[in-house]
Design a protein around this ligand. Structure first.
Ligand code: AMP
Ligand code: MG
Length: 633
């Protein structure tokens, strides 16, 4: 099931608008629409349905396109956002509720996705957005963490806990959140969470910022594009391919599932024993205070060879793990919990097991007709096993993505060639091959293309004909890109970005066309580390999206074993080694020199340390986000 289908959006518009001269904030005009309409537009792609909590002007809210329901506070009396949350949870039709205030027209396009990833990773009931903020009065001071409790993803099942919390008279959102298991997600773009509190602010924003505008980073190059914004622009443009193929189960390993796997049967198909022991009728177990009961063993149930006779009162059946539970039985006592076993007499004391113990119920793993695995999942070993357990031998997967790649540069030499003065061996084609092969793409290696407009145009035209996507390295930095830009302008629509990131500042992204064929182009920088980092951060998520995969790679936290220098205003990806510290927790240190050409920093590393846009120097002992290279599967 897609994330979107699990999420109901809740727009909190129930305030009195005291700071806005008691106007209804959500209905204030802003850039050609109302504030709430902007919020709706941002939430719609992330949610299955949207509910608005409002206490006034209900018809105006109801009239907005795409609103499923408008609900006033169930408790009445303008009790604040927590009352709105209660109302939202009461109207939540899905398992998750995504909340946002009505005056946040810039909220992130990946809010639900990122909050959900953290919730899953941390087993939390709730995930809340956090940004790094600066003190406007004291811009030199270190940034601080600012949680945004009204931008949250919360399990619908917490409603009874909220009811109980409100019944105590408490009204603070943060207070309620503290009663739950909460995950926090650091977002780079603090401006995305700005809400508009006064009419004056509204007018200022109206002048200053368009809702989808890129946010330049402070402290860095004001023209540089924010990493998150570039990722968003890419994600919004590429779409999944629709070609699928049906494969025998084993051949589907690591491929993307193209349709939901619906379970044709209950798994397990019948009630069976979780233990080697004796099956019996729970009602025959001795009551508290009663003497131990002696059961008479009347037969044996094996896995695959059921015992079909129902026991009478005081009888039991010897049973093996996985064997069907004999008729009339509802409990199994493991043999080691019997007080005594003497031939066919099994003595059981009160309290040895509870009634109903040690049974695996029919359908407890999967129910017939239910979704066993949702479309979009990358098939891992456990999925192969699960599909096999349903008796399904062939499954539909997205066809392999065809990705063409080449390196550009007159200085590049291929393996086997002589390394002339001033030349380097082409390593990018090898790292790209490895990364693409790992993603399960069909790779088309087009070799080295000279720094020559005609050679480049010819290569791109050919790549268009054969591939869904093209990855190039080199030739996109400002000086080098001039003729590349001219060719791209002829062949398609490609943007050349200067990103607020390190390594990997330049990036070209767009679509190139040759006759009737087109392909997405990712023009990565030439430096070997920059190629890998840009591939992981921009090309990989886009390729996964094209494959129809829903996979996300959640960052995990590790303690910085030493201080890390970091300039606010750009995202940095440093190479690190995660290990287990003396306290048993994950710690990370950097792999020495971090230059963008130093590939050994990458081979020594087992993770990338993500230092977010607004983040400043990290002190030893602080927690940082890391992306691990390897996983168990
Ligand atoms: P460019 O982006 O083309 O200016 O290249 C930046 C740097 O990366 C230069 O030092 C290039 O020599 C180096 N470089 C470019 N492509 C490759 C490659 N395929 N393999 C190794 N180094 C490369
Ligand atoms: Mg070059």
């Amino acid at each position: 099931m897609s994330l979107k289908s699990k999420v109901t959006g809740l727009i909190l518009a129930g305030g009195r608008g005291t700071r806005m001269g008691r106007v209804d904030k959500g209905l204030q005009p802003f850039q050609g629409a109302t504030l709430v309409a902007h919020v709706l537009r941002r939430l719609a792609p992330q949610t299955a349905t949207i509910v608005i909590n409002a206490n006034r002007n209900l018809p105006q809210y109801q009239a907005l396109a795409g609103v499923a329901a408008v609900a006033p506070d169930a408790m009445g009396g303008y009790e604040g956002p927590l009352a709105g949350l209660q109302t939202g949870l009461q109207h939540c039709a899905t398992e998750l509720l995504l909340t946002a205030p009505c005056d946040s027209p810039f909220l992130p396009a990946d809010l639900a996705e990122r909050l959900y990833a953290a919730m899953q990773a941390e087993g939390a009931d709730l995930a809340v957005a956090v940004t790094m903020e600066r003190d406007e009065q004291d811009p030199a001071a270190a940034p601080y963490r600012q949680p945004h409790p009204v931008f949250s993803l919360i399990k619908a099942g917490v409603l009874p806990q909220l009811d109980a919390y409100l019944a105590t008279g408490a009204r603070r959102m943060e207070g309620f959140h503290k009663t739950l298991k909460m995950a926090e997600v650091l977002f780079d773009d603090a401006d995305a969470f700005r809400n508009i509190n006064t009419l004056e602010e509204l007018q200022r924003h109206e002048r200053e910022r368009a809702p989808a505008a890129a946010t330049p980073g402070f402290g860095g190059d004001p023209d540089a594009l924010h990493v998150a914004e570039a990722q968003r622009l890419i994600r919004e443009r590429v779409t999944p391919i629709d070609a699928t193929e049906r494969l025998p189960l084993r051949a589907a390993l690591d491929r993307v599932l193209a349709e939901d796997i619906i379970s044709p049967i209950n798994v397990p198909a019948y009630d069976n024993s979780a233990m080697d022991g004796y099956a019996l009728r729970g009602a025959d177990l001795p009551a508290e205070g009663a003497a131990p009961a002696v059961f008479k063993n009347i037969g044996i149930a094996y896995a695959g060879r059921p015992f079909t006779q129902a026991p009478s009162a005081g009888e039991c059946i010897r049973i093996m793990t996985g064997a069907a539970i004999p008729p009339g039985c509802d409990s199994v006592i493991p043999q080691e919990l019997a007080a005594a076993i003497d031939g066919d007499n099994v003595t059981i004391a009160h309290g040895a097991i509870r009634n109903g113990a040690n049974l695996r119920r029919a359908g407890e793993d999967l129910k017939a007709g239910g979704i066993a695995i949702a479309k979009g999942k990358i098939i891992r070993p456990a999925d192969l096993g699960l599909v096999a357990s349903l008796g399904i031998a062939n499954i539909a997967v997205t066809r392999k993505l065809r990705v063409a790649f080449f390196s550009t540069g007159d200085e590049l030499r291929s393996l086997g060639e002589c390394l002339d003065e001033g030349c380097v061996y082409d390593s990018n084609r090898y790292t790209l091959f490895g990364m693409l092969a790992r993603l399960g793409c069909e790779v088309i290696d087009m070799g080295i293309v000279r720094d020559d407009p005609i050679a480049l145009e010819t290569a791109l035209r050919e790549a268009c004909k054969n591939a869904d996507a093209i990855i190039t390295s080199g030739g996109v930095s400002e000086g080098a890109a001039d003729y590349t830009r001219d060719i791209m302008a002829v062949l398609g629509e490609v943007d050349f970005w200067k990103l607020a990131m390190r390594p990997g500042r330049p990036l070209a992204f767009g679509k190139v066309q040759a006759d009737d064929d087109s392909a997405w182009l990712f023009g990565l920088p030439g430096n070997p580390v920059a190629v890998m980092v840009s591939f992981y951060m921009f090309a990989r998520p886009a390729l996964l999206r094209m494959m129809g995969a829903t996979a996300m790679q959640p960052a995990v936290k590790a303690r910085a074993a030493e201080a890390i220098r970091k300039r606010p205003g750009r995202t940095e990806y440093q190479r690190g080694i995660v290990s287990t510290g003396a306290d048993g927790e994950a710690q990370v240190r950097l792999t020495g020199a971090q230059g963008s050409g130093i590939l050994s920093s990458m081979t020594e590393a087992n993770c990338i340390v993500v230092l977010h846009h607004e983040q400043a120097n990290v002190a030893a002992g602080q927690m940082v986000d890391v992306l691990l290279f390897d996983g168990l599967v």
